[in-house]
Write a protein that binds this ligand. Sequence first.
Ligand code: SF4
Length: 325
Amino acid sequence: MKKRILSGMRPTGKLHIGHYVGALENWVKLQEEYESYHLIADYHVLTTNLSTDEIYNNSIEMVIDWLASGLDHLKSPIFRQSQIKEHAELFLIYSMLITTARLERNPTVKEQVRDLNIENVIYGHLGYPVLQAADILLYKGEVVPVGEDQVPHVEITREIARKFNLQYGKVFPEPEPKLTIFSRLSGLDGNAKMSKSLNNTILLSDNSAEVSNKLRKAVTDPQKVRRNDPGRPDVCLVFTYHKKFNPEEINEIETGCRSGNLGCVDCKMKCSAKINSFLSPILEKRKYYENNIQEVKEILNAGEIKAKKVAKETMEEVHEAMKLG
Ligand code: SF4
């Protein structure tokens, strides 16, 4: 029997190529090997300032991006966290099994608060990994694909599962982190993070003109001022995009850049062409789903029915173990 995996994203807006390289590409591969559940974390996103209308619209856009990128909803249910009320109940039960001191020590939350400049930390930030534990264990996820920065969250999930099992009897597995090398794409401005809030993204929904325009403004090696100046690909953002989207020409680009035979304008045009051919099938599928929103909603409903069934079964075990029946 295939092991079960749960992966999720917060619906903060349309997805960009950084999301694809950092997560989606990996999810598409994993769905062959594991029984995968894909969660739209619309409770988790309530820690932001987004309105509930925006959250709903972003959720639909995200489903479209996921489907267009190759997630197969028949293999891997796609569902909104808020539609499965069991998440909230398990979150409440788990919040009795962990101390605030333990959560305050969580380095991931500390970093998030620092990076996002959050002034007023709400309970939702502190309890974030507890809700995440409920997300994973409600589906008895045995494996959690994570980058190194998320390992502390999986450790909290394991501790909660252990504590529950000790106190009430064995119900939950202790999930193992599956350390995944998530490649990161820097933003068009050279920032290490590609992010909508930094306005430095190429969206999965961008058309070819938008991609070319955005790339035209992308930062390059500041020392290559004139076309024939020798450049340093190792410090150039556009070169990192070539590595990902144009690996077959990478040696040629490197030599051309270093020798000064290749100018940045031409190099960027080559890069745009490659990114556009990567995005072309995604855009085509996107267009189909944009024109068939009802089908997207039905996919979501079907995923929610499947997820709900598993969640209900788990909670029946929880109620029995805790004598809450
Ligand atoms: S030629 Fe290409 S790789 Fe070299 S600095 Fe310009 S954009 Fe970057």
